[in-house]
Design a protein around this ligand. Structure first.
Ligand SMILES: Nc1ncnc2c1ncn2[C@@H]1O[C@H](COP(=O)(O)OP(=O)(O)OP(=O)(O)O)[C@@H](O)[C@H]1O
Ligand SMILES: [Mg+2]
Length: 350
C-alpha cells in the first residue's frame, strides 16, 4: 500500500501589500500551513502590521527570508520583476516558488473565496432573522394591542386631558415598534465596513442581546452581566455583533426560554476574553467536535441551518481570536472567546 506523506507547507511570503495581507490572513487559518515569515521593503505595509498581531516573524531583509532553512515554499506577491532574480540567487535547492501569474491566480481565488464567505455570512444572518419571525411578531403585537385599545378609548372620550394621556401612550407604543424595526433592519443590513475599528465588546454584547432574544417567544430568562471596563478590540463591528448574536441565540434556544444567560468580559494585559454561558440542554460529548462544522445542526430546518457556529469560528479567526467550548448535558454550555486587546480610543468606540 502506498503511503503518501504530506510535508507541512512552511511558507515565506514576499510582499505585504493587499495580496500579501490576504494570503497571510488565509494561510494563518489553515492547519498544515506554517508561515515562517513575511517581508516587504515598505515598513508601513499593512501585512507587516497584521503579521506582528499574529506573532509571525517580520523579516528585515527579504534575502534572509528567502534563504531561511525552514522555508519550503516561497510565495512572491511583490509584483517586482527584479524579485525573480533575487529569489533564484538566494533560495536553497528544492525550495519551490509561487510567483508571477500563478501568484495572481492564487490571489484571485482568495478574493473569490472572500466574496463567497461574505455571502455565506449574509445568507445565514437572514435565515436566522427568518427564524425569529414568531418572536418578533410577539414583541410587535403587544404595542399594537395597546395602540388599538387606546385609539378605541379616544374615540369615545371627551375629556381633553384624558385624550392627551391616551395619545402619549400611543406615541410610546409606536416608539417601541420603531425601536424593534430599527434594531432588526440595522442587523439585517449587509456588512459594509472593511476596516477594523475600536469596538467595545460590552456594547456589542448588549446590542446582540436585544436581537437574540427574539429566538424564543415566551421567555423567562435571567441575564447576568459581569463586564470589565472597556474591553476594546480592533474589529469589524458588524461581524462582532454577528458573532455574539449567533452565540446568544444558541444559548436562548438551548434553554427553551427558561434559564440564566451569563455574559462575562475580562481584560488582561494584551487580551480580552468573553464567556457566554447558558443553563440549557448542553452538548453531548460526541457532538462537541462537530458543532463548528458547516451544516451540523440538531435543530429543525425552520430553527437552524447549522451554519451559525461555522461562521462564528471563521469570523473569530479573521480577528486573530480563538473560540472554545465546554458543556455538560442537562447543565449548560459556555463558549470562551479570546481576542487581542486594543487600546481604548480617545473618541467614542463602535
Ligand atoms: N449553547 C448551546 N447549547 C446546546 N447546544 C448547542 C449550543 N450551541 C450550539 N449547540 C449545538 O450545536 C449545533 C450547531 O450550532 P450552530 O449555531 O452552528 O447551528 P444551529 O444553531 O443549529 O443553526 P443556525 O445556523 O441557525 O445557527 C446546534 O444545532 C446545537 O446542537
Ligand atoms: Mg445557531
Amino acid at each position: 500500500m502506498a503511503v503518501v506523506n504530506f510535508q507541512p507547507a512552511k511558507v515565506a511570503i514576499l510582499g505585504a501589500g493587499k495580496g500579501g495581507t490576504a494570503l497571510l490572513g488565509l494561510f494563518s487559518q489553515i492547519p498544515g500551513i506554517e508561515i515562517i515569515g513575511i517581508s516587504d521593503k515598505d515598513r508601513a505595509a499593512p501585512g507587516l502590521k497584521l503579521a506582528r498581531r499574529l506573532m509571525i516573524t517580520v523579516a528585515d531583509r527579504v534575502t534572509d527570508l528567502i534563504a531561511d532553512r525552514g522555508v519550503n515554499l516561497i510565495v512572491d506577491v511583490t509584483g517586482d520583476p527584479a524579485m525573480v532574480r533575487i529569489i533564484a540567487k538566494h533560495k536553497r535547492p528544492g525550495v519551490e516558488v509561487l510567483g508571477g501569474d500563478a501568484a495572481k491566480l492564487l490571489w484571485n481565488l482568495i478574493q473569490y473565496q472572500s466574496t463567497l464567505q461574505g455571502q455565506l455570512f449574509q445568507t445565514e444572518k437572514l435565515a436566522a432573522i427568518g427564524s425569529f419571525a414568531a418572536g418578533i411578531a410577539h414583541d410587535i403585537n403587544n404595542p399594537l394591542y395597546l395602540i388599538m385599545a387606546f385609539a378605541e378609548q379616544i374615540r369615545e372620550e371627551h375629556d381633553a386631558a384624558t385624550i392627551r394621556e391616551h395619545a402619549n401612550e400611543i406615541i410610546g407604543a409606536v416608539r417601541q415598534i420603531n425601536a424593534i424595526s430599527k434594531d432588526l433592519t440595522q442587523y439585517a443590513r449587509r456588512s459594509t465596513a472593511t476596516d477594523a475599528v475600536a469596538v467595545d465588546l460590552n456594547l456589542k454584547l448588549d446590542e446582540a442581546l436585544k436581537i437574540a432574544r427574539y429566538a424564543a417567544v415566551l421567555q423567562d430568562l435571567s441575564v447576568v452581566k459581569q463586564y470589565a471596563d472597556e474591553p476594546v478590540v480592533k474589529a469589524n463591528p458588524e461581524e462582532m455583533l454577528h458573532v455574539f448574536v449567533n452565540l446568544i441565540t444558541n444559548g436562548v434556544q438551548a434553554m427553551e426560554g427558561t434559564g440564566t444567560l451569563t455574559l462575562v468580559t475580562r481584560c488582561e494585559d494584551t487580551k480580552v476574553t468573553v464567556a457566554i454561558s447558558d443553563t440549557g440542554c448542553g452538548i453531548p460529548t460526541d457532538s462537541l467536535d462537530r458543532i463548528f462544522d458547516p451544516l451540523f445542526t440538531t435543530k429543525s430546518p425552520e430553527k437552524g441551518t447549522g451554519l451559525g457556529l461555522h461562521n462564528v469560528k471563521v469570523m473569530v479567526q479573521k480577528h486573530s481570536g480563538t473560540i472554545s467550548v465546554e458543556s455538560e448535558v442537562a447543565k449548560g454550555t459556555t463558549f470562551h472567546l479570546l481576542f487581542p486587546r486594543a487600546e481604548p480610543p480617545a473618541s467614542r468606540t463602535a
